[in-house]
Design a protein around this ligand. Sequence first.
Ligand SMILES: [Cu+2]
Length: 580
Amino acid sequence: MAGGRRPLRCLSPACLLLAVAVVLAMPGLAAARTRHYTFNVTMATVTRLCVTKSIPTVNGQFPGPRLVVREGDRLVVNVHNNINNNVTFHWHGVRQLRSAWADGPSYITQCPIRPGQSYTYRFQIIGQRGTLWWHAHFSWLRATLYGPLVILPPAGVPYPFPKPYREVPLMLGEWFNADPEAVIKQALRSGGGPNVSDAYTFNGLPGPTYNCSATDTFKLKVKPGKTYMLRLINAALNDELFFGVANHTLTVVQADASYVKPFSAATVVISPGQTMDVLLTAASNPASPAFAMAIAPYTNTVGTFDNTTATAVLEYAPQRAGSLRGIPTPSLPAYNDTGAVTNFTSKFRSLASAAYPARVPRAVDRRFFFAVGLGTDPCKGRPNGTTCQGPNGTARFAASMNNVSFAMPRTTSLLTAHYQRRYAGVLAANFPATPPRPFNYTGVPPNNTFVSHGTRVVPLRFNASVEVVLQDTSILAAESHPLHLHGYDFFVVGTGFGNYDAGKDTARYNLVDPVQRNTISVPTGGWVAIRFVADNPGAWIMHCHFDVHLSWGLAMAWLVNDGPLPNQKLPPPPSDLPKC
Ligand SMILES: [Cu+2]
């Protein structure tokens, strides 16, 4: 024991009873339990925008089932794949401490679950509370395979803000009339950009701004004066979104399952992969019986994008479908309003309280500088008489970090290769720490925009303190990229526009109360610096959460080695781990 004190003796029945009572009252211990779920992946018929089609679902539901657990709970999810496609599931934002086998990205921590096969994901929620979500992590299947993962605080532990009257998950999605798998296959064949979505959705519903959709409108019924917590999740494939509610101010209290210092905003910005809990207080005397909630894209892409707006309804009194067009709607920023985005994202701070301290790494063992952006592949290798549909019709779209376009292994997963120490032919541990050919990242792009391809990773020793500066490039236009790190939450210690300058930018880092997230957008024509401690052994992918950029290779992976102690080692793989 610490301080050389003698251990306390507790042998009498009264003392033992008291000890049990004390233990049960401790947050996180009393109610920790195992929650069992079954995911039957099946095709189901769904109609949106007057288009009826068969889509992959979990248990026939779209969006998928809501998982509600408490911090400290263990989850056991039995997945049965009954569709004619490979599938895996990722528990987005769950740290997966020493449970990397349950993380889910295909070919990274597991081989896909083949049609007719099953796999059971087993993991525990440790030190996280708020909103996360789950989604498929194979090709573009997450277009319809997604759902909320609500993590309540341990029993008896309050929120660090007044308890809301109701809590409502609000999943922001993207609907394709075509089969999303066909969309990405066609794009990868042609080398061009994929067709864009046909609508944005609130909990799977497009709402009255779209054809045939007035009755497919999400409605949130509210009572005057009551406070509601919206658990926002951006499940869109390829679009960052503005969100606002007419005549109502939002108060942000949580991001990516960590509490933040509350701040108010008329419009929020949320990137694919991110979650945000916002409080909304219903008016005591509303000026209208209903108000619109709206989402619309934020982008600086030079390509095409879904430039539509979806609405849902905040309803004080019942409204007929036909009357929804006249209700007040929020005015969202212009689609390319980077200033509005910067203004919003600059307000995030960790709560950094005694109960929820921000343990920001102050010293750094390993520094990395990753140039993040698009690039090209040559047309050669295409069949005679065909041309590429990428930039200028003379190349194919690609994407990279430090000019390496990530190639998924196909014969095994990175994690299996790492566990077996059989790396040859699977991966190379030589992912570059800095760009191989430095250039003016946010200036005139270089003439040669070709990328290299490889399954290249960075090995890290256990408990290494890591800093990564993610620098956007202007190759084929500057564009923000929502970078998602698996297995960790990181602190966002700095950000800026233009090229990162270690000499002057490092001094301005926030090492006191930086926001902690699992997904951060590298700003358009700018950079962001993140820090984390590599305390979770495994193979962890870090990738752009625009599925199109991930398909083009905007990813890399970290191999975090075991520590010396028994509880610092990756356990053996589960016996039902799928084989490639
Ligand atoms: Cu991207």
